[in-house]
Design a binder for this molecule. Structure first.
Ligand code: TRP
Ligand code: SF4
Length: 336
């Protein structure tokens, strides 16, 4: 049986953090290792430029950072194809074709785009760029250039997959059944909150633990996490439900130990400093293999380049095949 094709990726605008890890990376590694899928992961540098057009250095630098993050968490280039979006011109071409199949009003209604535009007032002022408003169209092209059937992403990406499905249906309706309608695959784990209790972990919020953080950085960040504010002394009765340290213990500590943490906290038998130290130790332990792999690839940048070049070459062949079918359907197959 043909393996199902997976297409997914990230914008290279910063290093990846444990929110990405629990939100999508872990799921991707599991799917890769099941051997049931043919997975493509794109580093979406063109999409990153839609809200970083004035900062090309940042995007360029983070292409390698994100590639190293992928390799460090266990994405294996002998099983999974990692490629760079801007090096697949077919995707840009398909984006232009799709732009006829989507209205401006529909893009403005996309909840993900709407939220992001509201967050980027400083960059866009009163009027958003054509490129940013249209990035769901380009993302639809990313997925369909590779005939992606499954798209493992965080839940914030769901409206983008829905919009892709609409474009696919419209295309197939007008030009014939050529494209495959993708499905989002969401991780079971919910979105990870920041160390400060914010609903979202993110660079701009300064509340994230990065996969590349050193042991010292992890410890320092955990020591600064928000705890139950009503607890001043060790024997004050605590409430783990409003403590970020307890929240992270749930992710990094064994079930039995979490039970002890909560019981001792509630009984006023546990100091917050000791509790944080225990958590920091567990996070350091869990991320250790990731850190070690990262150190290896940081010391061997030529291997990372080779993986990206080979992946991109492989991806380009698939993209050309799809484009052939698309152009034929659209009657753009002149002189063939
Ligand atoms: N939008 C994704 C992000 O913000 C990145 C991305 C680009 C993507 N193209 C994709 C994700 C295709 C899944 C499928 O990180
Ligand atoms: Fe949080 Fe632990 Fe302090 Fe309880 S003891 S408030 S769980 S840090």
């Amino acid at each position: 049986m043909e393996k199902k094709r997976i297409l997914t990726g990230d914008r290279p605008t910063g290093k990846l953090h444990i929110g990405h890890y629990f939100g999508s990376l872990k799921k991707r590694v599991e799917m890769q290792n099941s051997g049931e899928y043919d997975m493509y992961i794109l580093i979406a540098d063109v999409q990153a430029l839609t809200d970083n057009f004035n900062n090309p250095d940042k995007v360029r630098k983070n292409v390698r950072e994100v590639a190293i993050d992928y390799l460090s968490v266990g994405i294996d280039p002998s099983k999974t194809t990692i490629y760079v979006q801007s090096m697949i011109p077919e995707t840009a071409e398909l984006t232009v074709f799709y732009s006829n199949l989507v209205t401006i009003a529909r893009l403005q209604r996309n909840p993900t785009v709407k939220t992001e535009i509201a967050q980027k007032k400083e960059l866009f002022g009163e009027s958003v760029t054509y490129g940013f408003l249209g990035y769901p169209v380009s993302q639809a092209a990313d997925i369909t250039t590779f005939e992606g059937e499954l798209v493992p992403v965080g839940e914030d990406q769901e409206p983008l997959i829905e919009q892709c499905r609409e474009i696919v249906r419209k295309f197939n309706n007008i030009y014939g059944e050529v494209l495959i309608e993708p499905k989002a695959v969401l991780s079971e784990g919910k979105r990870i909150k920041g160390l400060d209790g914010n609903d979202k972990m993110g660079k701009s919020l300064g509340n994230a633990i990065y996969l590349s953080d050193s042991e010292e950085e992890i410890t320092k960040k955990v020591m600064s996490a928000v705890t139950d504010p009503n607890r001043i002394k060790k024997d004050d009765l605590g409430n783990p439900d409003i403590c970020m340290v307890a929240y992270y213990h749930n992710l990094f500590t064994t079930k039995e130990d979490v039970k002890i943490v909560c019981e001792e906290c509630k009984a006023g038998k546990r100091g917050c400093v000791a509790c944080k130290k225990q958590l920091a130790k567990n996070i350091i332990e869990e991320l250790k293999p990731i850190r070690e792999k990262r150190a290896y690839y940081e010391a061997h940048p030529e291997e990372v380049d080779k993986i990206l070049i080979e992946g991109t070459n492989r991806a380009r062949e698939v993209a050309k095949q799809t484009m052939k079918k698309v152009k034929k359907a659209m009657k753009l197959d002149y002189f063939e």
